[in-house]
Design a protein around this ligand. Structure first.
Ligand SMILES: *[C@@H]1O[C@H](CO)[C@@H](O)[C@H](O)[C@H]1NC(C)=O
Ligand SMILES: *[C@@H]1O[C@H](CO)[C@@H](O)[C@H](O)[C@H]1NC(C)=O
Ligand SMILES: *[C@@H]1O[C@H](CO)[C@@H](O)[C@H](O)[C@H]1NC(C)=O
Ligand SMILES: *[C@@H]1O[C@H](CO)[C@@H](O)[C@H](O)[C@H]1NC(C)=O
Ligand SMILES: [Cu+2]
Length: 185
């Protein structure tokens, strides 16, 4: 996967250049991704627009919904993206799907004051709704775990990337920020 971080003006919702799937993060103050699950083709850019609070898009495994994936590679991670109540620009982060046969699992790693993952704030790409590894099963496992145990390690991992991501946001207002990194998948 390629992924990038950008900041967009508030007004245009679909504002990541080249993006063809937009996911709203925390729209309406809800602890939710919207849509919750998508199907995507190879080459599709999945762009996340952070609409409030202080959320993240953090990759997990299916088996451990509220923890940053560590194998077979460290998961991709937007880091926390705080949005002030009076913000006039919203942070965006995106990645490009490079294998449509591999489901991708994501959660919000925020645990303050409660685990967003434990509230069901999870997201999937190309999960098969009729398989044992469906989005519904993944979300139910996240809620059942209440974000426990695993959340601590995820928060620790995310915290280290917040620093650089926040810096990127601050210095990239209103323009596309070309933070393009290869994901080892
Ligand atoms: C966002 O959340 C993280 C994790 O809880 C926290 O470390 C950070 O200080 C928060 N940022 C803001 C601006 O509230
Ligand atoms: C948002 O509010 C904070 C706290 O009141 C203030 O420091 C900041 O300048 C405001 N930002 C904008 C863009 O109005
Ligand atoms: C895509 O993912 C599938 C399922 O995980 C895997 O079998 C296949 O080798 C992957 N293809 C590439 C090109 O990595
Ligand atoms: C997956 O997303 C679709 C489209 O937004 C939605 O209709 C469906 O209910 C979602 N599946 C689950 C299990 O939430
Ligand atoms: Cu969240």
């Amino acid at each position: 996967m390629r992924f990038s971080l950008a900041v967009a003006a508030l007004a245009p919702v679909l504002s990541v250049y080249g993006a063809n799937i937009l996911v709203q993060v925390g729209a309406g103050g809800q602890l939710a991704f919207s849509p919750t699950n998508i199907t995507a083709n190879v080459g599709d850019v999945v762009a996340f627009q952070f609409q409030g609070k202080n959320h993240s898009v953090t990759q997990s495994t299916f088996a451990d919904p509220c923890a940053l994936m560590t194998t077979p590679a460290v998961g991709i991670n937007s880091g926390f993206q705080p949005v002030a109540a009076n913000a006039t620009e919203l942070p965006e982060w995106s990645f490009t799907v490079n294998n449509a046969s591999t489901p991708l699992w994501f959660f919000c790693a925020q645990t303050n004051p409660i685990s967003h993952c434990g509230q069901g704030m999870v997201f999937s790409v190309n999960a098969n709704p009729t398989s044992a590894k469906s989005f519904a099963v993944y979300q139910a496992a996240a809620i059942a775990s209440n974000g426990a145990a695993a959340a601590a390690s995820a928060a620790g991992s995310v915290a280290s990337s917040v620093v650089s991501d926040a810096g990127s946001v601050a210095s990239a207002v209103g323009e596309y920020r070309g933070v393009m990194l290869e994901c080892f998948r």
